[in-house]
Write a protein that binds this ligand. Sequence first.
Ligand code: AMP
Length: 144
Amino acid sequence: MSVAYDPNNIFAKILRGEIPCEKLYEDEDTLAFMDVMPQAEGHLLVIPKLGARNILDVPPEVLSSLILRVQKLARAAKAGMGAEGVTIIQFNEPAAGQTVYHIHFHVIPRWEGIALRPHSGKMADSATLKAHADKIRAALAADA
Ligand code: AMP
């Protein structure tokens, strides 16, 4: 049996505007924003507006539209950051490394020979996050 969704998780608070984020993209169903503890430059997160804990309970139609947004953000992150590749990660439940219980996909730009930094490691400064977000937003605008 899946665990109930907790509407007080940090991404639910971001969706309600109770805490800030470096927003990249928003539509009726989706929000994308910079990860505050990036594992590589340009690391971002894509979440649905609907509250679901993870892949185990998310409704299929929400997951379907979410993965299309993940593709859009992956393309923009790669182009905007001038990356050579993109890693997509998605964790489910604590044993698998999930720390925030609102389903999200990690989109992480990659370069040959540059290893990922630790998951939920060090906070990035807001100026750096904004500079990277500006590049990704420009790539999204060019794609529109
Ligand atoms: P996980 O649930 O393990 O897939 O990872 C949660 C991710 O959310 C981590 O990569 C954190 O760095 C990131 N994170 C936690 N709090 C925030 C926040 N307030 N804004 C943006 N990213 C966050």
